[in-house]
Design a protein around this ligand. Structure first.
Ligand SMILES: *Cc1c(COP(=O)(O)O)cnc(C)c1O
Length: 378
């Protein structure tokens, strides 16, 4: 046995019921897409988030794609998107042949800046291009400033497609992330707070959006004995097997959130006294699932120690960490897209690091991470 086994950033963490649900699917031969576990998982999501309806899908990306289609985004349209995010928030805009308009973050939550959102809307409208949708993201589980974002969206009458892929279990003013916009999406990818091995959901208080998502996600088959189609369809539905895993994972979600929040508290206690290391605090009224614990390393205060120096030292010790998301307006693939901001997300990318944050990390794993970082500062 190696003395330094791999410590992962965020790896799947199964409970005890997942396998029973999957076994039930095998025993009843519900291997095909759809089936009772899909219905059960959707009901679990509705009960947990307080949304009216949920459609279980093959991925969160599929949810964003269907959401844009349902909001009427077509080729040549413009869609406003948080720049500081994973590429999956923005790629579906390109799937539709639409143009992403990237907006910077603000320093309190690292999410979409209401100030830059409004600046972007006004600038686009001034040239006759009213954006068709707004995509804010609750990055790393931290709720975006939804009151302000929704007020601006209402003022200009632009629908919000809320990317809550990283924020299942997070709340803003007591309400679940993903339930503020016209449509919200969740992800159950392998590295998220719970996983179905791959999957997502589209949620909404408007049941028509959810019904239409189920229809489009199953090849848009019209009601007829033969295969009749009046819309372009997609193969985006979740399978009964994956949904079985999801049902088991929903039973342990509360514990997973507690564990991830305990990771955050552990890191704060162990590292916040080091010069130049900063943690993202929860604003009043926000509750983060703390999907990933993130730090900023400010070189002017840390005697020249950078996030890259820490990342490489961890890597050499077989510990996985990762820079924060590289903003979309800095990505070669989106080089042509307009951007409105002041450099906040760029600074976060330069200074930020995601620490190992899985709910299955042991105290030994966590001690190894903080010991190593502490020695760099001596
Ligand atoms: C993971 C993620 C997605 C995409 O979800 P998938 O299920 O992997 O397709 C979208 N947005 C953000 C912010 C994510 O982290």
């Amino acid at each position: 046995m190696s003395s330094n086994p791999k410590v992962w950033l965020s790896s799947p963490h199964m409970g005890s019921a997942e396998f029973e649900f999957v076994k039930e699917a095998f025993d009843t031969n519900w291997i095909a897409p759809l089936g009772p576990h899909v219905n059960g998982f959707e009901a679990d999501l509705v009960a947990y988030t307080g949304t009216k309806e949920a459609a279980a899908l093959s991925s969160g990306t599929a949810g964003l794609h269907l959401g844009l289609i349902e909001l009427g985004v077509v080729a040549g349209d413009e869609v406003i998107c948080q720049s500081f995010t994973f590429s999956a928030s923005a790629n579906p805009i390109a799937y539709q042949g639409a143009i992403p308009i990237f907006v910077d973050s603000e320093a309190d939550t690292w999410n979409m800046s209401p100030y830059w959102l409004e600046k972007a809307i006004e600038a686009r409208m001034a040239i006759g291009k009213k954006p068709k949708a707004i995509i804010p993201v609750h990055l790393y589980g931290m709720p975006a400033k939804m009151d302000e974002i929704m007020a601006i969206a209402r003022k200009y009458d632009i629908p919000v497609l809320e990317d809550a892929a990283e924020a299942l279990g997070s709340t803003y003013q007591g309400k679940a992330c993903g339930t503020f916009g016209a449509i919200g999406i969740l992800s159950f990818n392998g590295n998220k707070i719970i996983t179905t091995s791959g999957g997502g959901a589209l949620i909404s208080d408007d049941e028509n959006y959810v019904k239409q998502a189920r229809f489009l996600a199953t090849q848009a088959r019209d009601n007829a004995p033969h295969y009749e189609h009046s819309h372009i369809g997609y193969n985006y539905r979740m399978s009964n097997i994956c949904a079985g895993i999801g049902r088991g994972q929903m039973m342990v979600l509360k514990e997973r959130i507690e564990q991830r929040r305990a990771n955050f508290d552990f890191y704060v206690k162990a590292l916040s006294h080091l010069p130049g290391i900063m943690f993202l605090q929860e604003p009043t009224g926000s509750f983060s699932n703390r999907w990933l614990t993130t730090i900023l390393v400010v070189p002017s205060k840390s005697a020249g120690i950078t996030r890259e120096k820490i990342r490489l030292a961890l890597e050499a010790a077989n510990i996985e960490s990762r820079p924060l998301w590289k903003p979309m307006h800095l990505q070669p693939v989106f080089a042509q897209a307009p951007f409105y901001g002041d450099g906040t997300s760029e600074r976060l990318f330069e200074q930020g690091l995601c620490l190992p944050s899985g709910s299955n990390l042991t105290m030994t794993d966590l001690e190894r991470v903080v010991e190593l970082i502490r020695t760099l500062f001596h």
